[in-house]
Design a binder for this molecule. Structure first.
Ligand code: ACO
Length: 401
């Protein structure tokens, strides 16, 4: 008397789309991507124009509110963000509980999740003002928390934010200055940092943003949702790729080994992939990678860097670009390939790369979360095709083989 459980579930008709290759889960007015043509636009503005002419906070404003700000709105928004750059002093005690050798992404998951314990005065998701203040707090505090993670791992005193500096300058100040020496931030490096922030600010329904929306669809608070997004971003197939690029370059070691690693990447029996190459959506080129390459050239020439690892990266890019395997599959260097190189040149440790991605993507995550609330939503609940056992009877322990 075995019952077919599939008959019991009344599943109806639904699509089976592993990896969500062709299933939309929401409507959104924030970001448009045409992967075949290599187009990325936020609120209709091409990413190339934003990267060249805008700055990160202005881009955040457009993501959040739909329009670029007027001068007055920009000043007000910047002032508001600056008002919230500090984190609660007790967050330092929380940070002190982590091992100093913990991965900064592990610490960030905890720190951002913990914001809901420190800022529980604004957790009513149904209150638009609460949603607003949470968005501002997140954008304002992410650089502070990211730099705190770095300083903690380096065993250095934490630097407080400086509100007379721009968003990117302030981040570099908190990362690299010390109470003993406060150097002026190099404007070319600040500009490059700001560009990295803009280029990572949003990318429609990628894995981490979908995670933020799915978590948000249960009514979870925004800090918990962003912590979930950070966890999803950490994976090497997503935001972890910028760190993985540098780890891979370490493994390759020398230009003479490139061919061997390219052969590994092409071998279908080997799980190794060339990190920083390929993209789920961009099957032509990643428009962000183009801008990033230009910034990469600017930074390297400003710093006059002569690093064998950077030379190795450039050689790898050249060889892979001309290899038929990569050409046929439209596998181009993605944004993470170049951002990793720039961050290394600026002096940011590899383990912080994905944290910087998370910092920048917070604007997109929270804009998407706000949009979801403003437009109305249903709890996210994917279906499945059950392929397990049909019903069977429980066996007592002594009868099991
Ligand atoms: N190295 C070698 N081969 C690759 C690579 C790579 N980096 N990327 C894809 N391929 C191959 C696949 O093996 C597959 O080959 P096949 O058709 O012979 O089976 C083909 O190219 C198509 O690849 P898919 O796996 O179908 O592409 P998908 O869209 O599922 O994956 C992904 C995209 C995850 C980004 C993949 O290209 C990859 O793992 N890249 C390396 C990691 C990376 O750089 N991630 C960052 C993404 S960008 C971001 O998150 C900001």
């Amino acid at each position: 008397d075995v019952i077919d459980v599939r008959a019991l579930t009344n599943q109806g008709v639904f699509t089976y789309d592993p990896g969500f290759m062709s299933t939309a889960a929401c409507e959104s007015k924030i970001t448009f991507i045409d992967g075949d043509k290599g187009i990325l636009m936020h609120r209709g503005y091409p990413i190339e124009q934003l990267a060249e002419k805008s700055d990160y906070l202005e881009t955040c404003y457009a993501l959040l509110y739909g329009e670029l700000p007027t001068a007055e709105q920009k000043a007000e928004f910047t002032g508001l963000v600056k008002n919230h750059t500090m984190v609660h002093e007790q967050m330092k005690s929380f940070l002190n509980g982590f091992r100093r050798d913990a991965h900064p992404m592990a610490v960030m998951c905890g720190m951002v999740g913990a914001l809901s314990a420190f800022y529980h005065d604004s957790l009513d998701n149904n209150n638009p003002q609460h949603r607003e203040i949470s968005a501002i707090r997140l954008i304002a505090k992410m650089p502070t928390m990211a730099a705190m993670c770095y300083k903690y791992s380096a065993g250095q005193p934490i630097m407080y934010p400086r509100n007379d500096l721009s968003y990117a300058e302030n981040f570099l100040h908190m990362m690299f200055n010390t109470p003993c020496e406060e150097k002026k931030i190099n404007p070319i490096l600040a500009k490059a940092m700001d560009r990295i922030f803009i280029l990572h600010a949003d990318h429609e329904q990628n894995a981490s943003t979908s995670t933020v929306r799915l978590t948000g669809s249960t009514g979870a608070n925004p800090f918990a949702c962003i912590a979930a997004g950070i966890a999803a971003l950490w994976g090497p197939a997503h935001g972890g790729a910028n760190e993985a690029v540098l780890t891979m370059l370490d493994e390759i070691g020398d230009v003479s080994n490139i061919e061997k690693f390219i052969a590994k990447a092409k071998d279908k029996n080997d799980p190794f992939k060339l990190m920083g190459f390929g993209h789920r959506v961009y099957k032509n080129f990643d428009p962000r990678a183009k801008v990033m390459k230009q910034t990469c050239d600017e930074v390297l020439s400003e710093l006059g860097i002569n690093d064998p690892k950077l030379e190795l990266a450039m050689k790898l890019e050249e060889i892979a670009r001309n290899d038929p395997y990569f050409k046929e599959r439209n596998l181009y260097p993605n944004v993470d390939f170049y951002s990793g190189i720039i961050l290394k040149a600026i002096g940011i440790p590899t383990s912080m790369f994905t944290v910087i991605f998370a910092l920048a993507r917070t604007a997109g995550w929270i804009a998407q979360w706000k949009e979801m609330y403003a437009e109305g939503y249903k709890i996210g609940r994917p279906r499945q095709i059950y392929t397990g056992y049909t019903q069977r009877d429980y066996l007592p322990l002594d009868q099991r083989k």
